[in-house]
Design a protein around this ligand. Structure first.
Ligand code: UD1
Ligand code: CA
Length: 455
């Protein structure tokens, strides 16, 4: 059977108090709806339908790249009504899976188990045992334990209110049965809504077996209704990332103070991460890497045995093995560092390649440069790469020594093994292995006296 996932994302989310639709709010820099989409997209033979709400055009616009059919639910008349909008996409032979767009942490393994319960005469229902079931639909069971129906909180009687098994809203059913049941939904209930939950009672009447699974953890089935729940799920998600990292051989000084907003294409062993480190986008980190406190690492490739000291920002950059970065260094896009490179405090590198063993240790700006191996760039060196209109490259060849406080006016090349005297403004290419300096001669004025205050 092919799978048809229907993601309900039309709810208004009033309690978010936001001008943007709820499902666009983010956990780990990814919209809630994208989390749900990504989880279901892992299923094989699956196609996805997203039901979005009136005014939810923005959702469709922003997440247009998703490989899904979009259906509008013009008025939010209930979860059953929402599924009805997707009816034309449901084939009789499909296994239909209903998910909520605001429940971001649902596990793939959980929905796979649920789908296994679907046969021509049985459906799957995901429930959860709750300490406080308030607000949830209750699972009403017969003496023998079989499911009879779901009763919404507002429709419960006193006995039903005491039931602690709640409906997660997530169900899986054969397409032909679902379509029959959808056509029979009524809104004669406390909220005058078309409840999807009513299909459970219909199934029982039709002699279809309702097989339940329980969610492994509460977090997995929690929906976001307000910003406090959003923050809670962000932490839950981050803690899970932290656990995964530790399982892979990464030491975290404090698992509650790390944020992974994205993914790792590879992660080495014996990595040590101090507090408040943020990973964004797609990162790859080698073995024996040490990352200091308060660093932000985004779309980076970090080699083996690299040491990143505290407070560094690394973005779209490559750091070769055994290099040492920071503290307080910034590697901007297209900074490509080979192995054994040292970048020190208050150094900014942009769109530059730096070959093996070179050092830029203090207070420098290196932009649009090609730096050879074993180059030493002194404190306060600036590549003047921009004339206000165009950008130009600076080339520093192998083994050059750039004295402190040098300005290199690009385009310019410093020859192999050349030395630049401190305080120079270099406007012309310099010769290999020679000393170049541009500096006013130092003079001493005899008999000069400091001015004194006029009385
Ligand atoms: C629903 C269930 C309830 C369950 C609870 C779990 C029904 C009738 N009730 O209640 O049994 O315990 O979820 O959280 O199904 N949505 C639409 N269109 C609509 C209404 C809702 O797309 O017209 C979407 C929402 O965006 C949301 C999901 O459906 O993603 C659930 O809606 P919500 O209003 O939160 O349902 P509850 O009343 O909490
Ligand atoms: Ca809800």
């Amino acid at each position: 059977m092919d799978i048809k996932t229907i993601i309900l994302a039309a709810g208004q989310g009033t309690r978010m108090r936001s001008s943007k639709p709820k499902v666009l709010h983010k956990v780990a820099e990814k919209a809630l709806l994208e989390h749900v989409y990504d989880t279901s997209a892992q299923l094989e033979n699956n196609s996805i339908v997203i039901v979005y709400g009136h005014g939810g055009e923005l959702v469709k616009e922003q997440l247009n790249y998703l490989d899904a059919n979009w259906v509008e639910q013009k008025q939010q008349l209930g979860t059953g009504h929402a599924v009805q909008q997707a009816e034309s996409f449901i084939r009789d032979s499909d296994k239909v899976l209903i998910l909520y767009g605001d429940v971001p942490l649902l596990k793939n393994s959980t929905i796979e188990k649920l789908l296994d319960n679907v046969t021509p005469d049985s459906i799957g229902l995901l429930t959860v045992e709750l300490d406080d079931p308030k607000g949830y639909g209750r699972i009403v069971r017969a003496e023998d334990g079989s499911v009879l129906k779901i009763v919404e909180e507002k429709d419960t009687n006193a006995d039903e209110k005491l039931i602690t098994e709640g409906n997660t809203g997530i169900i899986a059913t054969p397409g032909n049965l679902l379509k029959q049941w959808l056509s029979k939904l009524q809104n004669s209930n406390a909220q005058n809504e078309f409840y999807l939950t009513d299909v459970i009672e219909m199934a029982v009447k039709d002699g279809v077996q309702v097989i339940t699974n329980q969610a492994v953890s509460m977090d997995e089935v929690l929906g976001v209704n307000d910003r406090s729940q959003l923050a809670y799920l962000e932490r839950a998600y981050q803690l899970k990332q932290a656990q995964n990292l530790m399982l892979q051989g990464v030491s975290l000084r404090d698992p509650s103070r790390i944020d992974v907003r994205g993914k790792f294409t590879s992660i080495g062993q014996d990595i040590e991460i101090d507090i408040n480190v943020i990973f964004e986008g797609t990162n790859s980190i080698g073995n024996n890497v040490v990352i200091g406190a308060n660093s932000i690492i985004k779309n980076a490739v970090i080699g083996d045995d690299v040491e990143i000291l505290a407070n560094c920002i690394i973005e779209d950059a490559t750091v070769g093995s055994r290099s040492r970065i920071g503290p307080f260094a910034r590697l901007r896009p297209q900074a490509e560092l080979a192995s054994d490179v040292h970048i020190g405090n208050f150094v900014e590198i942009k769109k530059s390649t730096i070959a093996m063993g070179s050092k830029i240790n203090h207070l420098s700006y290196i932009g649009d440069a090609t730096i050879g191996s074993k180059v030493n760039v002194g404190a306060g060196t600036i590549t003047c790469n921009y004339d206000g209109v165009n950008k130009f490259r600076t080339v520093i060849e192998d083994g050059a020594f750039i004295g402190s406080d040098t300005q290199l006016i690009a385009p310019v090349t410093v020859g192999k093994g050349a030395t630049i005297g401190a305080g120079s403004t270099v406007t012309k290419d310099t010769k290999e292995n020679m000393l170049t300096l541009s500096r006013a001669k130092q003079i001493t004025i005899k008999g000069w006296q400091r001015p004194v205050k006029v009385k």
